[in-house]
Design a protein around this ligand. Structure first.
Ligand code: PHE
Length: 456
């Protein structure tokens, strides 16, 4: 291996790392996507399957990604080059960069909605009017869409330019506790709403008659997306772990935090909705919740808090997506960090414009394709290709890399370094990473390719 570039950053402490990595994991996936996927897949039974997928499969992949990062102290492409010199495995790293850029381009658009709604919440524009029309008018206004995308990407870029410790770690240390506080406050408020009991019942009481093969596929896809797995984000964050930190312990904390926040998001949203959501889909929190905010006492404050929460969660995730691209440009192409982050942010923002225009403002972009037989806009297609397909391919290749090249023994050695307790999990870990994960992800890929349906 070449010597590790000395200018690479490192996390200042274990807590700093766990908060940053949990910040990447906790995002729109937990607070915006998890509730509507749960709503569409029958509630409590889906939640149980999602928890099982996260604990049995997601955790193993999390450990593996972090281990590759910490072992090599490099960003994805360089990491695969270091562990498998002269082979094609480096393509997995390149796929990660492309996937990161692809996801960020449309994720940034939805992240922009959170800022737009935050602003509208503060100015009082959400307080009256039909929430469906408000949402349609907002996403159909191209000036607003492009502006908020650019604003969000600008903030993301500023954090990434700040560096690993002074940028990412510093803001996540403030934002993650703030997120938790807002979430707890909003849960308390939700539990006082008239429909709270019905909402909790839908979220927590498993109804197994609703479970089909599709429930598993959606739960698996949700687990991987929510944990930021399959594109090198955790690999990159793991590469800033000092050798003395334990991958096993840190990785377990990140998974626990992500799962806890998703479950808390459910506890916040379903009591406010008062049961099974009438409409699912991406509009759930923007349309249906806005309606609830209009009806509840103190609703304007609750709305502002809620959209601030969503914006904070999104920011710590967009930062990690941009960091993957930036760190690769720095490690592989020896660019300066500032130039790399600014250049990447600019290109990705431009890439995001068609997504921003595909929500009604430009007709042909809004119905450019079909997914599962339904007309789909550019943003939907980007989500299908990068958020569903590419992440699954990335996760599968990662498992295959362990099986065919790196070896499970090497992975175990790296993960258990500094965490002797992990040795007891050696067997189940190997079964998960060599058999369960690849098989489950192949099933997921087959579903995506054969049905052509999106996971949402
Ligand atoms: N995990 C993030 C979320 O739940 C999304 C994400 C996916 C971030 C992949 C980075 C990489 O919103």
């Amino acid at each position: 291996m070449d010597p590790v570039p000395s200018a690479r950053g490192q996390w200042g402490s274990r807590l700093g790392f766990v908060l940053a990595a949990a910040g990447s994991a906790v995002g729109l996936g937990n607070i915006w996507r998890f509730p509507y996927i749960t709503g569409e897949n029958g509630g409590g039974a889906f939640v149980l399957i999602y928890v099982a997928c996260t604990a049995l499969l997601g955790l193993a992949v999390m450990w593996t990604e972090l281990a590759i990062g910490r072992a090599t102290q490099r960003s994805p492409v360089s990491a695969f080059k270091a562990l498998a010199p002269g082979s094609a495995w480096k393509l997995v790293g390149y796929l990660g960069i492309v996937t990161g850029a692809g996801i960020l381009s449309y994720y940034g658009v939805v992240a922009g909605w959170t800022v737009g709604y935050l602003v509208h919440g503060i100015t009082g524009e959400l307080a009256s009017g039909d929430p469906g029309e408000l949402f349609g008018g907002f996403v159909g206004n191209w000036q607003l869409q492009v502006t908020f995308l650019a604003v969000f990407m600008g903030i993301t870029m500023a954090v990434v330019i700040g560096g690993v410790r002074a940028g990412i770690e510093r803001i996540t240390r403030i934002l993650m506790p703030a997120l938790l506080l807002m979430l707890v406050g909003l849960i308390a408020n939700g539990l006082m709403q008239p429909g709270a009991a019905a909402g909790l019942a839908f979220f927590l009481r498993p109804d197994f008659s609703q479970v089909t093969g599709m429930t598993f596929v959606h739960a698996l896809g949700q687990a991987f997306f929510s944990l930021s797995l399959g594109m090198g984000a955790m690999l990159t964050y793991g590469s800033y772990l000092p050798r003395k930190e334990s991958v096993a312990t840190c990785g377990a904390w990140v998974v626990v935090c992500d799962m806890a926040i998703a479950l808390m998001a459910g506890l916040m949203i379903f009591p406010m909705l008062g049961g099974k959501p009438e409409t699912g889909g991406p509009g759930l929190v923007f349309v249906v919740l806005t309606q609830q905010f209009q009806a509840m006492p103190g609703g304007q404050i609750v709305a502002v808090l809620f959209f601030a929460l969503l914006a904070v969660a999104a920011l710590t995730s967009t930062v990690s997506l941009l960091e993957v691209v930036t760190s690769s440009l720095v490690d592989e192409w020896r660019l300066r960090r500032g130039a790399a982050a600014a250049g990447a942010a600019l290109v990705i923002t431009i890439l995001g414009v068609p997504s921003a225009l595909s929500l009604g403002s430009v007709g042909w972009l809004s119905e450019i394709g079909t997914i599962g037989g339904e007309p789909a806009g550019f943003l939907d297609l980007m989500n299908f290709v990068f958020g569903n397909l590419a992440l699954a391919v990335g996760a599968l290749l990662l498992c295959l890399f362990v099986a065919l090249r790196w070896t499970a023994a090497a992975a175990v050695a790296e993960i258990s370094d500094g965490a002797p307790w992990f040795r007891r999990l050696e067997r189940p870990f190997k079964v998960a990473i060599l058999a369960l994960c690849p098989l489950a992800v192949i099933a997921l890929l087959l579903y995506l390719v054969l049905t052509g349906r999106s996971l949402g």
